[in-house]
Design a protein around this ligand. Sequence first.
Ligand code: NAD
Ligand code: UDP
Length: 312
Amino acid sequence: MTMRHLVTGGAGFVGSHLVDRLMAAGEEVICLDNYFTGRKDNIRQWIGHPNFELIRHDVTEPIRLEVDRIWHLACPASPVHYQFNPIKTAKTSFLGTYNMLGLARRVGARLMLASTSEVYGDPEVHPQPESYRGCVNTIGIRSCYDEGKRIAETLCFDYQRMHGVEIRVVRIFNTYGPRMLENDGRVVSNFIVQALRGEPLTLYGDGMQTRSFCYVDDLVEGFLRLMECSHTGPINIGNPGEFTIKQLAELVRDRINPQLDLVYRPLPQDDPMQRQPVIDLAREVLAWEPKVSLQEGLEPTIADFRRRVAPN
Ligand code: NAD
Ligand code: UDP
């Protein structure tokens, strides 16, 4: 039996890969997006398909739809974009999640919230298990996003406790892959675009801060398993392979143009020094673990950018 799925933020980077998987499985999909950081190009292949509908809508406004599953991804994810209008980002996280939980309650749909490793802030516990409660600055330039996702998680659990809404909460660690915007501003896309243009790669701070990079197909596989399992989460989905930003720069540079320079820029405020998921829970309850190493995942990601980015 097929179900009707609502994917908010479905024209974005991760959302469009999820739409692809659901459509390939023969499900009905409603993609909802306000195109702040999403593009029609990402879901163009499905426009006109009888199982697919596209709605331009902002999740800060309520909407009435009949659906079985809600994948709530709508929210800018790159610091550059979520800091562009931080008040709007906080509204998107709070009101958007509130509206989607209201919809889930009305129609009895199950809702999965795309939360983030940012709920751990600049962590004092390393690596980060789901039980770690985080170290987040409430008043900094990243707070609109970090605190927005924290209150979104809180709303999910209160809707579950008060109204019996079926929720799933996934804490996503840095994810990369084809379809990231050229001006996305996150580190993997920045480095690839800079290298393809023959420009120096910009490292913020000393480049010794770490991140753990998950390939988008692995993430989406984790989403699908979480939605249909009995565990509510929160559950970490990420690749435990941890790299310094300098190591990432060297990997990208060596693949595209080993002659390029690395240049150093000031570290933005509240930039976390380290991040690595503990994925024991995902292994146990979802039988999930990432399959794609950073070295492997960079290949299709670079190939996708090559089609879009012309050398300077
Ligand atoms: P993205 O910016 O590519 O996608 C977000 C999508 O949401 C875009 O299509 C955008 O237009 C849409 N959107 C934003 N505000 C909206 C609003 N008010 N109403 C309707 N649509 C709106 O980002 P992404 O990397 O695909 O991230 C998807 C989700 O996963 C986000 O919720 C993000 O917080 C979460 N996440 C992503 C990562 C990552 O590394 N990619 C890490 C942690 C969490
Ligand atoms: N970063 C960098 N150069 C860039 C973009 C980002 O050195 O051109 C750094 C950034 O300061 C952070 C890390 O890379 O330490 C990851 O940044 P990103 O914005 O991708 O994700 P987040 O900080 O939200 O994990």
